[in-house]
Every structure is written in C-alpha cells, then in structure tokens.
Design a binder for this molecule. Structure first.
Ligand SMILES: [Zn+2]
Length: 365
C-alpha cells in the first residue's frame, strides 16, 4: 500500500518520514474504525496489532499521526511507553542474575547461555532444562520464547516461573519429571530486554521484532539474518544450530491461542494438528477457553489479521518447527500481583504443550 508514502510525499512531512528508516516504528495509534484496516494492512511500513470489533492498534513511522488526522480517521494516540507499575517486576539485569543463580543451583538439569546481545548490549538469555543437560542427544527439542514485544510482560514472568517450577519439582512431580527426562526444553524469557526495560513494544533499534523475520510470501524471503534487528538475527542463528520440533511464543494485549498461517489465507499443511494443539492449550486455560472474543479461545492468524514477517510462520516454513503464538493477557503490563494467577491458570497448558513435543516426530513423518 503506497498510499501513505504518496500522501506524505506531497506533504511537509516528507523529511520526518524519510529520516525514519524503513520498517522502524516511532508512533502508535488506536484506530476506532475497523473498516480502515483494509487500507493499511498491506503497507510494509505499518504494523497492525490486536484487532477487535472496535478497532485496532496501528504503529508506524514519524508522520503517521499527521496522515491519520488528514484522512480523518478517529484515533487515540498510544503512548510509546506502556503505562505500567514496575513494582514487583525485576529489571532485565536482575532477571539475568536470578537465572544465573537458578542454573548454578541445578547443574545437572539446567544450563544458562546467551544467544547474543540486544542492540543496547543486554544478554538474550536462554535456559536449557533437561536430564543430563550438558549432553545434546536425540530427545525432542522444544522451545518457548516470550517478550519479543517489550511491553508485553506477562510471558516473561511466566517463563521465569516455569523454569523454577520445572527445576524445583523435578523428582517430585511425575509430569514434570517425565518432561525433563524425555525432552530438551529451551526457554527464552525475553527476546527484547531493551523494550522490557523501557516499557516499549519495539527493540532498542525501534524495530517490531514480530514483523522482522523472513517471510516467503513477500520479497523479503531469503532466510538470512543480515539486515535485521540484532535480536532477530540472534534467534535466527540460534535456531539454525538446533532441531526444534515444537515451540510457542508469548504475547499480551489479547487472550487467545493464535495458529498459523499469519501471512496468508491458505490452510496450513498440518491444519488438523495445528488446531488440535491450539485447542488443547486453550482448553486447559479457563479464562482463554471462555473467551467471548474468540470461539474456544483460539484463532487462525490470518483470519484475525494478517501479519507479515512474524516469527510463527517463519519457524515452520524455514525450519519445520511448529509454532503457536499465545496471547496471555488483555492488559499488556498488568499489576504484578496478578502474575501468579496467570501462572496458575496457564501452568497445566504450559506443561501439556511441552509434552506434545514427544508426538511431533510421528506427526512429521
Ligand atoms: Zn505482541
């Protein structure tokens, strides 16, 4: 959609627009007109998120707000920094220290490593949890990634809780013991620590990381890290070294399990499996399953709204690592006192989803 560029080109805003490098995000609006979606959904410089009956989030370069005003669409400005209470939430650095202490206390079961640095120099921590953790073997490899949007914080907290739960209850809880014995579990609590520290959606380079992956349906279809955000590059390079069969990535701003594809209407080759995995997760989380916005708390990505450059589609298309996108909370950054409730509600589904990795080898044959 070149309308925006053309419109801005004819305006005094051309300077600010041109100085925003392509794909970088500086302004966000809530658009109170769902019909406007079709005008903006294919513009590679704009990001649409969290569509509801009432409207949707729209993020883009400098000049976006002025353009929306000129085309007379009703909007509210979204703050670049999410309204949030830090009380109870740790900083990325404090979480890093906590993860180091947890790994040190469980040397047989846990190994912490960094897959790279964020643009502002923060480590991108991954905890591997498995029996005989230092050995790479034939057991299925599974991963969770959270917090690629920095202001969607609940996933990060749930991942730290899950890490503690798996390690503290190994040998005590039979379900957990079985998971850790039979699976190589990798957990990345935060893919965007710079965004989390600042309370913003984007990376430190103003990149929306979930629109930054190779996408076979667009011209950006080469599976090469170069030219992307450093966090995207780090995940891509890490993925290449592993053989993940199943994964999920966590978001906030809605409560729903979102399954591929995001980028096109076509049915996924493993559609029945994808739907059954989504239903299994949703069913185990009462507040998601009872959603009034989504039937059974699940949705096909494209049917909800089109996403290009997302991690979910990339994961399957380029690596045969089946991924779901799980939206955990309507409020992106809720009061910290609610986090334990989210963990309690999602725990059965988080554990069950890991166990599905065992079935993936059969499913993929
Ligand atoms: Zn998100």
């Amino acid at each position: 959609m070149k309308f925006l560029k053309t419109t801005l080109f004819a305006s005094a805003l051309i300077f600010s627009y041109v100085t925003s490098a392509a794909g970088k995000i500086y302004e966000g609006y809530y658009v109170h007109d769902k019909n406007f979606l079709q005008q903006v959904s294919n513009d590679p410089d704009l990001v649409v998120d969290h569509v509801t009956m009432d409207g949707f989030e729209l993020w883009g370069p400098n000049g976006l707000g002025a353009w929306l005003k000129r085309v007379n669409v009703p909007v509210d400005k979204l703050n670049a920094v999410v309204s949030r209470s830090r009380q109870g939430y740790l900083s990325p650095e404090e979480i890093g220290k906590e993860l180091q202490a947890i790994a040190a206390a469980h040397p047989q079961l846990a190994k912490l490593f960094s897959v790279g640095k964020s643009s502002l120099g923060r480590d991108l921590w991954v905890m591997k949890i498995s029996k005989n953790v230092s050995v790479d073997d034939q057991r299925p490899e599974f991963k969770y990634i959270a917090n690629m949007h920095g202001d969607e914080i609940v996933g990060r907290e749930l991942m730290v809780e899950l890490i503690k739960d798996l390690l503290d209850n190994y040998g005590k809880d039979s379900q957990i013991t079985s998971l850790v014995d039979h699976t190589q579990i990798y957990i990345m609590p935060s893919m965007n620590p710079d965004g989390a520290a600042a309370g913003t959606r984007y990376s430190g380079e103003n990149i929306d990381l979930n629109r930054n992956f190779p996408d076979w349906t667009t011209s950006d279809n080469q599976n090469v890290p170069e030219g992307r955000g450093v966090e995207t590059q780090a995940v891509m390079k890490w993925q290449k070294t592993r053989h993940f069969v199943l994964s999920a990535n966590f978001h906030g701003g809605a409560e729903v399990v979102n399954y591929p594809w995001d980028a096109l209407e076509e049915v996924h080759p493993l559609d029945a499996l994808v739907k059954s995995l989504s239903l299994s997760y949703a069913k185990l989380v009462p507040y998601i399953f009872r959603s009034t916005a989504f039937e059974n708390g699940m949705t096909n990505g494209w049917a909800w709204y089109q996403v290009n450059g997302g991690m979910q589609d990339w994961s399957w298309y380029y690596h045969r690592d089946l991924q779901l996108t799980i939206e955990l909370s309507n409020q992106k950054w809720p009061n910290y006192s609610t986090v334990s409730g989210y963990y309690k509600s999602n725990r059965p589904a988080l554990l069950d989803f890991i166990s599905q990795a065992q079935k993936m080898n059969q499913n993929l044959q």
